[in-house]
Every structure is written in structure tokens, then in C-alpha cells.
Ligand binder design. Sequence first.
Ligand code: SF4
Length: 434
Amino acid sequence: MAKKTHDTPMLDELEGGPWPSFVTGLKRLAKDNDMMVDLMGQLETSYRTRKGYWKGGTVGVFGYGGGVIPRFTELKDENGKPVYPDAAEFHTLRVQPPAGMHYDTKTLRKLCDIWEKHGSGLIAFHGQSGDIMFQGIRTDKVQDAFDELNENGFDLGGAGPALRTSMSCVGAARCELSCYDEARALREVINNNLDEMHRPALPYKFKFKFSGCPNDCVNSIQRSDFATIGTWRDNMQVNHQYSRAYFSAHGMTDLVNDVVARCPTKAIQVMKRGEADAKAGPQHSVAELDDELRLVIDNKDCVRCTHCLNVVRGGLLPGKQRGVTILVGGKGVLKIGSSMGTVIVPFMKLETDEDYEKLKELARSVLDFFAENALEHERVGETVDRIGLVNFLEALGLDVDPNMISEPRGNPYVRTDGWDAEVAKWQSRKKDAA
Ligand code: SF4
């Protein structure tokens, strides 16, 4: 039985809406947990005064440079004593989730037991960083909690200027759009660079994220410095049974409004069987809608946005030649504002052991370049912005490719020396890949 709860009229109001409220969860934990009782007291004060009362500090575990987010209360009485003493220290442990966030029930129960034993019992699956957020623990308990998590196979993720926890989407285990083994890519790249996580020596944070297809379910293009996104380079595959099922359930109006009209490059047409047969060839994918109508996709114009695959679920599928696109420089606001990743490798296969070695080498080169050339508190996207993409590519030994261009240039005064040679190189690379 915990101590008496504080009055929380403002928090109580949050339970009134149509959606489940986190306040209900906090109250449930507060029934036998003094820390949660006082946390609610401090939270209510924050809501009333519209001020946050947490400050940072230094808390860690042996052998690790990051991973614990210290939180000390600033809400003190006139004698300098915490107003809510049981929540005066409310640190967070950022723990790396398994790739694809696959857990079994036994593991989840174990994690809950460990946190109830050492911490507040409050866990967030998962924070925006991708970590399991074990929230609310006193300084003297941090090491014990970490040791027990570690004995169960879990590792602290990053905080501060370090390699941060990585994320991969649920991937091939449950999604037919997956274009590579995301879980393997995550583990290989992160395990190869663990030192940068445990003993941070980078100018600022660095995040890898892995999405199996261009839907990018882990937001890697926006939220990671190095995004690996699945794609394909041959023609889209079709499954007539599912494309027919879509058409019979939705009809022509939905097909035109939701599929054809929404293709960003106008690569899709509806045709009669005879017309479609005449089109069929190396460039087009043709899916049956019924006995007479066909959905025809011009693969040369398709930019692999995945919209039509999402809508005609199962009827349109990625091609057989699958791989990944690599982008660098996505991040939230900082010096140059929010930015999406820029393509540095338009397509690379990720099937064999050698392919994974190449990915690891590239990841390591980007990290090394970042460590040596970025300014303090600068994300790699800002470094690229500062020195120019061409210089960055040159340093990494990557070839320039038209797929890296995101918009036409706005400045007409550009020297074009060497452009013809680059075009010739690109054309010969394309010929070799075909
Ligand atoms: Fe168009 Fe290709 Fe996107 Fe489908 S995946 S909507 S064909 S660009």
C-alpha cells in the first residue's frame, strides 16, 4: 500500500476523453508505489504552473558513456528540500530493443519484473529514439537494474554524442513488402560499431535506421543520419488473384481515385485486355482486374513510392531484384532545420555475406568521416550541407548518380567541366548492372 495520493484535478480531467489516458496507468502504478504518487504530484504542479521541473546531471553505469538520462527535481520548498521526495530522482534507462521489436511474452514479463523490482514500474514501448524507456529510478538503483537487464541479454542504448539505439521495421517476419533482411542489417551494422555507443567519441549523435520498403515504417529518412530503405530495380510483380479481389471489392471509382490518380509519376493506366496485351513487354507490369480490364504499370516511370502496392494489397508486389537505397543526413531541427536524408547509394543488393560486408564498410566509412570532419554538435547532414554533397561523395569514394538529385538546380552559373565524363561513367555503370 503506497502513501496517500495528492489531489490531481488537472490530471484527472485527462481521463475524461474518448481515448485511454496515461493518467489511468500512472494511477494504477501509484496504488502501491510511492515514487509514482509523488511523480503525479509533481506533474500536477507542472500542469498548474506550466513549468517543467526536471534538470539533468550525471548518472551512469560502469563501462558505459551514455544510455542513462538523469532527471533530478527542481521543485524544492523554502528549506531546499524536494516537495515530492519520492520522485526527487526519476532517471530513465534507454535500453535497446530487439531488431524489428520482436519480443516473446516471457521476455516482456521479465522486463516488467526487473523494473518493478528496481524502478517505478513505468515503461514506454518505445520512445521516439526507438529505445525501451525504463522511466523512473533512483541513482543508487541504476547499476543493479542495468546489471539485471544485461544478464537477460539487453544492452543500454545511446544518449549524448554517441551512436544511438537503432531501429528496424517489423520487416520480412510479417510484411510482404520487405525487400531485405532488416533485422540482420541492423545487427550487423550496430554490432560492428558498438564501441561508438558504449564509449562515445563522436562530435554528436548518429543514428542508423532500417526500413524494409519505401513505406519507411521507422521514419528512417527523417529520423536517421544513415537510412537503409528497401527497394527493387526490376519490374513490379503482380498477383492476379489479389488484384481481381481488390477490383471486385472496390470497383472502378476507387481504383481511379485511390490508385491511378495518386501515382506521383502517372505511371499507371487502366486498359482493355487487348490494349494491355499489346503493351506487355520488358517495361510494363500487367495485373488482371477482371476478364476484360487490366492495370498497366510503366515501370520506367515508377519511382517506387509504394502507394499502389499499399492499396492493391497483395495484387502488386516489389520486383524480384530487391536491395536497398542508402541515404545520409536525415534529422530533426538543429542548425539548418529539419532535413530528409539525401541519396548516396541509389541501389545496392543486400543478399549475400559480401553484400552485408559492403554495407558494414560503408556504414563504418560514414561514421569515420563524421568523427573526423564534423564540428562539435553538428549532425552529419549539416556536415554534408556545409562541405557540399560532391565533396562528401568524393571522400567516401562514391560515384555521382542522377538519382541523387532532389530538385533542378536554381543557379544557372554553374561550371560544367567534367560533367560529360560523369555521365559516361554513369551510363557504363548502368550497362554493367543490367
Ligand atoms: Fe506509381 Fe510506382 Fe508509386 Fe505505384 S509505386 S504509385 S507505380 S510511383
